[in-house]
Design a protein around this ligand. Structure first.
Ligand code: NAD
Ligand code: UDP
Ligand code: UDP
Length: 317
């Protein structure tokens, strides 16, 4: 069925892929973004599409539009960006969620919230099932993001209980792929950029900490499947790739795939940096019949190709 779909944060990394997929499925897409971390360049290829509309707007302010579904992704996602203006980060998650939920309530339309594995904080349960309440520092440097996202989950669940809204929460684990920011400090983009430029690969701490990386196409598929579920499915549901790697292993793969001569160097571990992170995706598997299909090697290959092209076009040598 053809729909008009709002994607907040649609000019960002994940949002731009989501807009693309929704257009491919034949929907009209309204992309709303304040371009804090997203760019027009991420959606330039969509601007000529007659079903695509781009609106510059900050979700901390009310938005009056008419749509059939809402994906709420607006929020800076990397520590460098969300710690740049932490008060604005909390406002984006909390006030942004209130506004977009208010919009969904007025229109009586489905709503999907992009939450995060960071709601588990530095987890003492591993891997993390949705029932785990998390271990989050309320006053740390990451709190504006973690607590903002936790509060957004609270708002979603209360709009469901109190206003009978059909809303859903997905908890996204580390995701990578083309259109990640080259300079936002996230490990996959950092390592690839460093390897391509022949710079030292910066491992924070001893490199034994783990993450599990999901390729963007797999993640978008799960989000779309989640939105398609009936009102009984609210979540939260973890989505991510459960294959776990240490940062040292990631560095080795990036060096190998880029054929780089870069060497690794060790830097201090940032505060509150989780030791391990790996999703338990049994629920996504059961409810959405979803599991990731793209292995790290393949996904890294596509991401490296994107950054090679990015460097060719943006940094003349
Ligand atoms: P991103 O920074 O590329 O995208 C976020 C987008 O939101 C950007 O385009 C930004 O300009 C926009 N934005 C920020 N504040 C806004 C505001 N006040 N009003 C309107 N737009 C605003 O990050 P991403 O990786 O694409 O993340 C998208 C969503 O997914 C975020 O909500 C993030 O928390 C969540 N998430 C991402 C990951 C990941 O690994 N990429 C993991 C967990 C959760
Ligand atoms: N809102 C919006 N667009 C709409 C409807 C509501 O941006 O079409 C915002 C508005 O700022 C409001 C918030 O969403 O304050 C929450 O709406 P709700 O109806 O839940 O509560 P209200 O504050 O209006 O009682
Ligand atoms: N990291 C690293 N080198 C870098 C950037 C990050 O070793 O250049 C580490 C970071 O300390 C963390 C892991 O890689 O342990 C993942 O970091 P990222 O910021 O990508 O994601 P998050 O910590 O939010 O999971």
């Amino acid at each position: 069925m053809h729909k008009r779909i709002l994607v907040t944060g649609g000019a960002g990394f994940l949002g731009s892929h989501l807009c693309e997929r929704l257009l491919e499925a034949g929907h009209d897409v309204l992309c709303v973004d304040n371009f804090f971390t997203g760019t027009r360049r991420n959606v330039t290829h969509l601007l000529d599409h007659k079903a695509f509309e781009l609106l510059r707007h900050d979700v901390t302010f009310p938005l009056y539009v008419e749509v059939d579904e809402i994906y709420n992704l607006a929020c800076p996602a990397s520590p460098i960006h969300y710690q740049f203006d932490p008060v604005q980060t909390t406002k984006t998650s909390v006030i942004g969620a209130i506004n977009m939920l208010g919009l969904a309530k007025r229109l009586k339309v489905k709503f999907l919230q992009a939450s995060t594995s960071e709601v588990y904080g530095d987890p003492s349960v591993h891997p993390q099932p949705e029932e785990y309440w998390g271990n989050v520092n309320p006053i740390g440097l990451r709190s504006c993001y973690d607590e903002g996202k936790r509060c957004a989950e609270t708002l979603v669940i209360d709009y469901v209980r109190q206003h009978k809204l059909s809303a859903k929460i997905v908890r996204i684990f580390n995701t990578y792929g083309p259109r990640m920011h080259p300079n936002d400090g996230r490990v996959v983009s950092n390592f690839i950029m460093q390897a391509l430029k022949g710079e030292e690969i910066t491992i924070f701490g001893d490199g034994a900490q783990t993450r599990s990386f999901c390729y963007v196409d797999d993640l978008i598929e799960a989000m779309i499947r989640m939105m398609a579920t009936g009102p009984e499915t609210v979540g939260p549901i973890n989505i991510g790739n459960p294959n776990e790697f240490t940062m040292l292993q990631l560095a080795e793969q990036v060096i190998e795939l880029t054929g780089s001569r870069s060497r690794v160097t060790f830097r201090p571990l940032p505060s509150d940096d989780p030791r391990q992170r790996k999703p338990d995706i049994a629920k996504a598997n059961e409810i959405l019949d979803w599991r990731p299909t793209i292995q790290l090697r393949e996904g890294l290959g596509k991401t490296i190709a994107y950054f090679e092209n990015y460097l060719r076009n943006n940094e003349p040598s």
